[in-house]
Design a protein. Structure first.
Length: 195
């Protein structure tokens, strides 16, 4: 079974924040595909959907972001799955709003949720889809920035990005990482990369 992990923080306080944009991607997938079984562990909840020929578990960790690896570890203790069948969706403050970046492996880029999963798995060889949520004014403002809600003027670009991210997940499940990277990684305009 494929496992898609959407990183976020549990609770109504965080539901509409930048840090939880990956949960919106999972919600988009559930709205598109009939949900099958659900499962709740100590550290996670999942909904299973059918994407093409594949059963896919969509996971929302019930831990806070920094302990996301606990949720993945608990799920893997109950289900057989390889790192090749894992895709982690997360926010990224270093990408412009709405930009998607899919990679087959790599560093966490300082994202604590990705750090936690890397620690739980003991390696970096699993796919990750990052969704740009825009930069903070300064590194000192970063913690507040990811726990803020989006401004009204950001929401149209955000909603489009969530739809595209859900499309990218569907492509990853059906065709694999390389095909999804080729189709969905958006080039950052030169002026964006220099700002």
């Amino acid at each position: 079974m494929r496992l898609i992990v959407g990183l976020g923080n549990p609770g109504e306080r965080y539901a509409r924040t930048r840090h939880n944009v990956a949960w919106w991607v999972l919600d988009q997938l559930v709205s598109r595909h009939p949900a099958g079984s659900s499962e709740r562990g100590t550290a996670y909840e999942t909904r299973t959907v059918r994407l093409g020929e594949h059963d896919v578990a969509l996971m929302k960790p019930l831990t806070f972001m920094n302990l996301s690896g606990d949720a993945v570890k608990e799920w893997r203790e109950r289900h057989e799955t390889s790192a090749a069948d894992l895709l982690v969706v997360s926010d990224d403050v270093y990408l412009p709003l709405g930009t998607l970046r899919l990679r087959a492996s790599g560093s966490s880029g300082g994202h604590r949720g990705l750090d936690s999963i890397e620690e739980a798995l003991g390696h970096r060889d699993w796919s990750r889809l990052r969704l740009g949520v825009g930069a903070a004014q300064s590194s000192a403002d970063l913690r507040e920035h990811v726990l803020d809600e989006f401004a009204p003027e950001e929401k149209p670009a955000l909603e489009e990005a969530v739809r595209h991210a859900a499309d990218a997940v569907e492509c990853w499940v059906s065709l694999g990482t390389l095909a999804a990277m080729n189709q969905f990684n958006r080039r950052v305009r030169k002026e964006d990369s220099e700002s």
